[in-house]
Design a protein around this ligand. Structure first.
Ligand SMILES: Cc1cc2nc3c(=O)[nH]c(=O)nc-3n(C[C@H](O)[C@H](O)[C@H](O)COP(=O)(O)OP(=O)(O)OC[C@H]3O[C@@H](n4cnc5c(N)ncnc54)[C@H](O)[C@@H]3O)c2cc1C
Length: 458
């Protein structure tokens, strides 16, 4: 059994790729990451990602302990509520309670994280092994068990294992699993943000300021509003009143220098595809901002103000897609993690968490190969077997929980359906025991209350 320590090539310095790189470096595995963005601050990652206990657990097992502490210190104020409103801001459902105890455990808790901040955290300490400006084009597997990745700039890199962490449009997947299929969910979205300041704060109730807020409007329109409040101020200095340990961690963390994230409100507005221009995905900034303002004239004035006050330059388009289930394939020295293999809708909010989970499992397996306990291909096979056992269920569940393909935009059936859903939510809103049960079930899906495990490098 060939057991020479593998050199691992990762394509993509996103959530999954960087978590894997961190874990492999910790575990003494030779690793290099190749990213198409030109610098560590390039790229649009959306603005916010909810990291659940599964994702946190994977990070705590792959990052050096002091960097995991930095990750926890960089989280935004944790939402305490899930609120659903009509477009006129009438409450349909509120889950959460000011009196409920907050989950304080650094691992077993939900965290609202800025994507740019997460990228800076994940790049800390692995800057020497991440190569920017490397757009992957294709790979070649060789008879001696090695693999070479080729890049658009004419360069190449060889190793023993190639990991695709290159996201939804993965070029590696297109070459390796050409039969894989991606489906588009009806609906187009615009995401934008505005600073959280005295003026914008007034547009939201206290429960909204501490909530994940959904707006359900007639015609198939909807919106999500997140409030992100961090421990540092507009100048990037630790705010007054932040506890000693967090203040210490943040003031010594070099990543904050590269992170321009400041307190903000983010909204993501969606419409049925047929109601927006055909070239929607090519539009940017001002053009997208105008479309949102045109379609929300009858919304509550405070919602309107949130849309108006957003920075048009921060607006970008989104189209939700989802992968079709793939049957297991024969493992080789090429493998895939995260969206590259199983893109899912934001229905459950677990895409990034699943990418982190994949990274942690693959990391553990490759460290075993480095120790000579398995071959690299056996390590890949063990990871893929485990990944197949959870990923496709999550893809399918995320799809069924995402309203994109419901006919809510149709004039008669859509109106009826919306009326039915709103009545159901209003009734449910008066049943505290049912709401607690729903919260518990949501928390279970997101990995709350599982046993902590040892770091991947152990
Ligand atoms: C609106 C929305 C909201 C979401 N909210 C949540 C949430 O709350 N919680 C959650 O868990 N998930 C959420 N997700 C899903 C989550 O964003 C993704 O699942 C996650 O980012 C996937 O991580 P990844 O590492 O697989 O890919 P990515 O983070 O997309 O990283 C891919 C990387 O590969 C690079 N790359 C791409 N092509 C190449 C190439 N040819 N050569 C070199 N590099 C390349 C990219 O530049 C990028 O850096 C959401 C998704 C959407 C659309």
């Amino acid at each position: 059994m060939p057991t020479s320590p593998p050199h691992v090539i990762i394509i993509g310095a996103g959530t999954g790729g960087l978590c894997l790189a961190q874990g492999l470096k910790q575990g003494g595995v030779s690793v290099a990451v190749y990213e198409r963005d030109r610098t560590r601050t390039d790229g649009l990652f959306g603005y916010r990602v909810g990291i659940d206990p599964d994702g946190s657990r994977a990070l705590s097992r792959c990052l050096p302990p002091e960097l995991f502490d930095v990750f926890v210190a960089t989280k935004a104020l944790t939402p305490r509520f899930m609120n659903i409103f009509t477009e006129r801001r009438s409450e349909l459902l509120r889950i959460g309670d000011w009196d409920a105890p907050e989950h304080e455990d650094p691992v077993d808790s939900e965290k609202s994280i800025s994507r740019m901040t997460l990228r800076q955290v994940l790049l800390t300490g692995v800057e020497d092994i991440v190569h920017f400006g490397k757009k992957f084009t294709h790979y070649e597997q060789h008879a001696d068990g090695t693999v070479t990745a080729y890049f658009e700039d004419g360069t190449s890199a060889s190793g023993d294992v190639l990991v695709a962490a290159d996201g939804t449009n993965s070029r590696v997947r297109k070459q390796y699993l050409p039969h894989s299929k991606m489906n588009t969910i009806d609906g187009k979205s615009v995401t934008a943000k505005l600073p959280l300041d005295d003026e914008s704060r007034k547009l939201l109730t206290p429960e909204m300021l501490r909530g994940v807020n959904l707006v359900n409007a007639p015609g198939g329109y909807n919106c999500i509003i997140h409030v992100m409040e961090f421990k540092w101020d507009r100048d990037g200095k630790v705010k007054n009143g932040i506890g000693g340990n967090d203040a210490q961690l943040l003031s010594h963390w070099p990543g904050l220098m590269f992170d321009n994230t400041r307190d903000y409100i983010m909204w993501g507005w969606s419409a049925p595809s047929r109601l927006v221009p055909d070239n929607f995905m090519d539009l940017r900034g001002e053009e997208l901002h105008k479309i949102v303002l045109q379609h929300t004239r009858k919304w509550h004035p405070d919602f309107r103000k949130l849309f108006e006050m957003a920075d048009p330059g921060s607006a970008f388009p989104l189209q939700v897609r989802t992968t079709e289930r793939l049957e297991p394939w024969e493992s080789t020295n090429v493998t895939l993690i995260g969206d590259a293999i199983h893109t899912m809708t934001p229905g459950l909010g677990v895409g990034a968490n699943t990418a982190l989970r994949d990274a942690e499992i693959l990391c553990r397996r490759l460290i075993a190969a480095r120790r000579g306990e398995t071959t690299a291909v056996e390590a890949v096979a063990a990871y893929e077997k485990e990944m197949h056992s959870y990923a496709w269920t999550l893809v399918e569940k995320s799809k069924s929980q995402f309203g994109g393909n419901l006919p809510l935009g149709t004039p008669v059936i859509g109106r009826l359906m919306l009326g039915f859903m709103r009545t159901g939510m209003r009734v449910f809103n008066h049943l505290p025991a049912m709401k607690r049960k729903m919260l518990k079930s949501m928390e279970e899906t997101r990995g709350h209350g599982k046993e902590a495990e040892a770091p991947a490098s152990k």
